[in-house]
Design a protein. Structure first.
Length: 268
């Protein structure tokens, strides 16, 4: 229906949007991310701009390079399948001077340990995480799910079909990495071996077939007293030397003081 120069669009009519010009791509991406304020899925961004995946990546590259080259106050974050605008860390102290934002509570040690195991072993079940850590981790897992750092990633083909857990894109964003490939490499076999050796030393035990001096022998434990409760033979101490090196306090530890002796007699 038309009234003069105005044209009223009926609900059933659809307007087909043309693909924007290439020079407009960075500006459109910036506008969408600015209005959104939160992370946006690249697929949704691609559909909104009517671009292909390669074209969207090119638009993101252009916008990111402009921010970095000009040292702008904003920068482009990419983590997994999401993109987001964020402030440049170099200028954070100036923002804090004005706004004094409330600091977010950091993750506890137990939660960080659970998250590290899931990040490196994913997908992994809660029982497998508990086996590695040696403690229950129900609270840590639930806390990580509530924070959106991990999510269910299916079920394991085992007895009871336990839930598998994996990290999310929010995990990548939290640690400012774009993919799991950027996680530092850890040699778990070597780490487990070192922890086993440290535990053996603390318990005073050695592996079967070795002795403290490295010679072959039976499993031993460190003892200061023999099987018959006999003290090991040592050189007799020099009284003169002990008198020079030991002070009054040390003598008081070895022998009962006269005052205490007198008090003991009076008690009797």
């Amino acid at each position: 229906m038309e009234n003069g120069s105005q044209r009223i669009l009926m609900p059933q009519e659809k307007i087909k949007e043309d693909k924007p010009e290439k020079q407009e791509w960075p500006g459109i991406v910036e506008s969408i991310l600015f209005v959104s304020g939160n992370a946006v899925e690249k697929e949704e961004l691609r559909k909104a701009m009517n671009l292909t995946g390669e074209e969207l990546d090119e638009a993101l590259d252009i916008l990111e390079s402009e921010y970095d080259f000009n040292r702008r106050g904003l920068r482009l974050l990419r983590f997994g399948a999401h993109v987001q605008l964020a402030t440049r860390p170099d200028y954070a102290r100036y923002v804090e001077h004005l706004l004094q934002p409330v600091q977010k509570q950091s993750l506890s040690q137990a939660i960080m340990e659970t998250l590290a195991v899931i990040a490196y072993k994913q997908p992994v079940t809660k029982a497998e995480v508990e086996q590695i850590r040696g403690v229950k981790c129900d609270y840590s897992v639930q806390s990580l799910i509530a924070k959106g750092l991990i999510e269910e990633a299916g079920r394991k083909e085992a007895l009871g079909r336990p839930i598998l857990y994996a990290t999310t894109d929010a995990f990548l964003r939290h640690f400012c990495i774009s993919s799991l490939d950027e996680l530092p490499e850890i040699d778990f076999a070597s780490l487990a071996k070192k922890e086993g050796q440290a535990a053996a030393v603390e318990e005073g035990t050695f592996e079967l077939g070795t002795t403290p001096s490295g010679q072959s022998g039976e499993t031993r434990t460190e003892e200061t007293v023999g099987p018959d409760n006999e003290q090991p033979e040592t050189a007799a101490p020099d009284p003169a030397e002990n008198a020079q090196t030991s002070g009054p306090d040390a003598a008081g530890q070895r022998e009962e003081s006269p005052d205490s002796a007198q008090s003991a007699e009076s008690d009797e």
